[in-house]
Ligand binder design. Sequence first.
Ligand code: NAD
Ligand code: IPM
Ligand code: MN
Length: 328
Amino acid sequence: MPTKRVACLPGDCIGPEIMAVAQRVLAELVPDVELEDHVFGAAAIRSTGDSLPAETLEACRASDAVLKAPIGDPEFDAAEVRPEQGMLRLRAELDVYANLRPASAGPIDLLIVRELVGGLYFGARGVRADGTVFDTCEYHPSQVERIARRAFELARTRRGKLTSVDKANVLDTSRMWRRVVREVAADYPDIELDDMLVDNAAMQLASNPEQFDVIVTENMFGDILSDLAAAMTGGLGLAPSASLGDAGPGIFEPVHGSAPDIAGRGIANPAGMLRSTALMLEHGLGLPEKAATLERAVESALQSTRTPDLGGRATTSEVSDAVVAALV
Ligand code: NAD
Ligand code: IPM
Ligand code: MN
C-alpha cells in the first residue's frame, strides 16, 4: 500500500499546541503515515501575506487528508487580509460541502450535517454607494440536493431520522431548500423527515436534544447550532468535525476556534482535535479500527484527566500523556 500523506495545518494561538498532541498520537498509532506541516492562517499572513499560500493549497490537494487546527488571531480582526478568508477558500477549493459535526453524551446522540461551501458565507457581498454593507445567502438547487442526499445517506447508517432546519417562513433560499429536501426524500422512504425553523431548532436543542438524530442545514445556521450542540454535550473543547466532498481529501478540524484567551498557557483541551483526528483515521485514511482505538483512548483519558474548560486542573500535556498511555 502506498504511504498515506496527511497535510497538517497547525494554525494559530492554541492551534500548534493541540496539533502537537495529535501528531504525537498519530506517530504512536500509525507510524507509517507521513505528516507534513504547512503554514496557514495568521501565521501564513505574517510570513507570506496570504492566509492560504499556493504551496499550502497544492500540498492539501495532493494529500490523502488535511488535518487542521484552528486559525484566527485578534491581531487581524479588522485587517483587510484575515485568516478566516483562507479557511473559506480552502473549503471551497477542496469542495468539501458536507461538514459532519457529531455531538453525543448520555442520551444525546446527534449529527449536524452543515452545508459548508454555500449559503450566507459565499453569496454576493459588498458596499453600496450610500455606505450600506451587505452579505447575501445564495444557493443553487443542486447544492441543496447534494447536501440533502448526503444527510439522508448518513441517516440511513444511524436511527433513520432527519430534521431539515431552515427559515422558510422568511427566506426564499429556505423555501427552495425545503422543496428540494422533500424531492430528495422520495428516494429515501425509509427515513423519517421533519422540517424545523432554525429559531425553534435552537430552543429544541437546548431543551430536548435527545429528539434529534441527523440535522441538515445551511452553512451559517449549522455554524451556530453546532457550537450549541457542543455545549449541550460536554463543551466546545470536545467537539470534532469532518468536512467531506465527493472525491479528494477531506478536512478534519475541531469545531472550536483558536481560543486566543488561553493561548500559550498549556491548558488547551486537545480532545476536540483528537476526536477530529479519529474522524480522519476513519473517513480520510480508511482506518476505522485505529479510529476506534483513538476514540476509546480519549474517552478513557477524560475519565481522570480534565483541562480547566471541563472543570479540571490538567494541562494539555497531561491529557496527551493520558491518551497515549490509554492507546495500548
Ligand atoms: P473559540 O472557540 O476560539 O473560543 C470560545 C471559548 O471557548 C473561549 O473561552 C475559549 O477559551 C474556549 N475554548 C475553545 N476551544 C477550547 C479548547 N480546545 N480548550 C479549552 N478552551 C477552549 O471562539 P472565539 O473566541 O469566538 O474565536 C477565536 C478565534 O477563532 C477567532 O479568530 C475565530 O475566527 C477563530 N475560529 C476558528 C475556527 C476554526 O479554525 N475552525 C473555528 C471557530 C473560530
Ligand atoms: C467554524 C468556524 C469558522 C466558520 C470560521 C472561523 C470561519 O467558526 O469552523 O465553525 O464559521 O465556519
Ligand atoms: Mn464556528
